[in-house]
Design a protein around this ligand. Sequence first.
Ligand SMILES: Cc1cc2nc3c(=O)[nH]c(=O)nc-3n(C[C@H](O)[C@H](O)[C@H](O)COP(=O)(O)O)c2cc1C
Length: 187
Amino acid sequence: MPDTIELLKTRRSVKPREMTGPGPSPAELETILTIGARVPDHGKLAPWRFIIFEGDARQRAGEIIAQVFAGKNPQATEADIEAEKKRLTDAPLVIGLVSITKPHPKVPPFEQELSAGASAMNIVTAATALGYGAAWLTGWFCFDRDVLDRLGLKPEEKLAGMIHIGTPTKPSEDRPRPVLSEIVTRF
Ligand SMILES: Cc1cc2nc3c(=O)[nH]c(=O)nc-3n(C[C@H](O)[C@H](O)[C@H](O)COP(=O)(O)O)c2cc1C
């Protein structure tokens, strides 16, 4: 297992189309989710939950996405609809990160949404530390209430994203990173 600082300094996302099987084992998935649930969470609200898409659940979710897409885009071509069906099928495992903001006198919704972001990032980091590639992605369907309803989200729940996890098929090139002098000031 790589040194933690080295891992954090070099981690980068892997595109789902550059992933293959195997995905995490059941024990590894439990580790990833346990780490996803160990994040800063003011008031112990657990303002997040996880939906696992593995095996044919990825196709079933894709059918829902494609049906909603076709209904809202009458001009869409067959190829467009097929592409929507494949939204979740590249990686062997996709984790839906659901953000649930609960009314609280001291913890505003913003803090609860940040906690969901921390959870997503912990999942990405844990999967990477286990040797897998991971990518935290959204897309139109993550913000579409009809898709969310059919994926089982309650009206008050939002999707913070889909985290795709699999075995990388090739090394990922890095992207430019912010220059610290441009984003850091001293008060
Ligand atoms: C909430 C959220 C949604 C994202 N959605 C997408 C997306 O739909 N497509 C995409 O290419 N990158 C998306 N990204 C960016 C990638 O997760 C990732 O940060 C980016 O590819 C840079 O990779 P890195 O992890 O190597 O820095 C999203 C990031 C966040 C935080």
